[in-house]
Design a protein around this ligand. Structure first.
Ligand code: PHE
Length: 451
């Protein structure tokens, strides 16, 4: 093997790992998707379902990837081999394919964000944000934005785990939190803010009960996506961990911070929209980029705040996109012994090309999105659950307890939860998700990621 295990990099500190994993989790999913999904799926009642899913399914599922990654001490394909079950490598590879497709469309949205940063400086979207979005969402501006965003992602990943990813996320993650907190404090001072808070925080259980079959797959999909689960990403990141970390404690911290950031984003979006009288439930990818951006155009100081908001979004997007690229890069460089920086450039370029059709057609964009949400994520998580729960349960429950003070009861309960509850939850999501794929003519609206 070209890359011996001893040559692998490791995070320089526990906080370095936590910030990198939080960086992966906190992304466009939290700041764009969460508030708008909340709005379109019944407001506060959706938040409640989502929080339950995060705790009951997301947290234990994150531990599945962490145990595989730390035990395997390798890329998400080889890890299964190192644990003693090379014939399960296909499940890691499946997640890896998910990172390619996801990064292809994620980077296009990253490109839109870059256009909005520019637009905040030039004022280009202040008059008519809808027209601005129309002019940058597809075609040459989208291609340029996509290219720049991919180049930034490649640049960070090429520098390696400690020199690139750890260093970048140590700056970006605290910045995201501080900037979002500042924006939410500003939003609090707006005159029409209270109606927005009411919308966000008052549950309507009628909507919930009559739409539960569609809300559940959305909540589960959103929970996995936002926690970066079902992509092998957390396997890759935890493979650079030493054995003395407590996986449950780290995982708990990551889940809490990620959820707090999503909730905080709602405290920016809802008051701002209510101040200018926009119904947040009228979502959709376009509306999301237009209504909020339009609001910045109308408010005093909106140019600066719009700039800050889109820079925050850029940091969130980048700290996630690097984790998506890390998965295939670690696999190719470790398997074939090529230099990481070259692999990052090669694969990054390939993913850029894969994204091109989605810069031309919004339908292709929605397809990429739908395939990832309705198929790749649930299938990958299901395979991981079966692997952890039924195949490598001895090794992986032992791995969970290493460095952890949570005790045997926790480990045993987790194992049974992974064996029974998670597969049932995913099975349900998969059936409901595929049903909606078929029923709705194959397209889940881009709203699923962008609102
Ligand atoms: N968690 C990121 C977000 O919420 C997206 C992501 C998914 C990143 C999977 C890495 C892996 O935007």
């Amino acid at each position: 093997m070209p890359t011996a295990m001893s040559e692998r990099e490791h995070w320089t500190s526990r906080i370095g790992f936590i910030l990198a994993a939080v960086g992966s989790a906190v992304g466009l999913g939290n700041i764009w998707s969460f508030p708008f999904q909340t709005a379109t799926n019944g407001g506060a009642a959706f938040v409640l379902v989502y929080l339950l899913v995060v705790v009951l399914v997301g947290f234990p599922a994150m531990l599945m990837e962490f145990t595989i990654g730390r035990r395997g001490q390798s890329n998400p394909v080889k890890a299964f081999d190192n644990i003693g079950f090379g014939n399960w490598s296909f499940s890691g590879a499946f997640g890896l394919v998910g990172t390619l497709v996801t990064l292809a469309f994620y980077s296009i949205v990253g490109g839109w964000v870059l256009s909005y940063i520019l637009g905040s400086v030039t004022g280009a979207y202040f008059g008519d944000a809808g027209a601005y979005f129309g002019s940058i969402a597809t075609g040459p501006p989208a291609v340029v934005g996509h290219a720049i965003f991919m180049a930034l992602t490649i640049g960070i990943v090429a520098l390696g785990i400690t020199g690139g990813i750890e260093r970048a996320t140590k700056v970006m993650v605290p910045a995201i939190i501080v900037l979002l907190a500042g924006l939410s404090a500003w939003a609090f001072t707006l005159s029409g803010a209270s109606a927005g808070y009411e919308y966000y925080l008052t549950p309507d259980f009628d909507i919930l009960s009559s739409n539960l079959d569609s809300i559940i797959p959305y909540a589960v999909g959103q929970a996995f996506f936002t926690l970066s689960l079902g992509f092998s990403t957390m396997i890759a990141y935890s493979s650079y961990l030493d054995r003395d970390d407590s996986l449950p404690a780290d995982s708990g911290a990551i889940v809490i911070v990620n959820t707090a950031v999503a909730l905080l984003a709602g405290f920016v979006v809802f008051p701002v929209l209510s101040t200018i009288g926009v119904n947040p439930g009228s979502g959709g990818a376009g509306t999301a980029f237009t209504s909020l951006a339009g609001a910045f155009g109308q408010l005093t100081g909106g140019a600066i705040l719009g700039f800050v908001f889109f820079v925050t979004l850029l940091f969130a997007g980048l700290s996630s996109s690097i984790s998506l690229l890390e998965v295939p890069v670690s696999y190719v460089s470790e398997t074939y012994g090529y230099e990481r920086s070259r692999v990052a450039v090669g694969l990054g370029t390939g993913i850029f090309l894969l994204g091109l059709p989605a810069t031309i057609s919004q339908t292709t964009f929605s397809w990429y999105n739908a395939i990832v949400f309705n198929f790749i994520i649930p299938v990958t998580v299901l395979m991981f659950a079966l692997f952890v729960g039924w195949v490598a349960s001895d090794q992986l429950s032992e791995e969970l307890s290493l460095g952890s003070s949570f005790g045997d009861t926790f480990t045993v309960s987790w194992l049974w939860w992974v064996r029974l509850v998670i597969p049932v939850a995913i099975g349900l999501t998969l059936v409901l998700g595929i049903q909606s794929l078929l029923l709705k003519g194959g397209i889940i609206d881009a709203a699923i990621i962008l609102g």
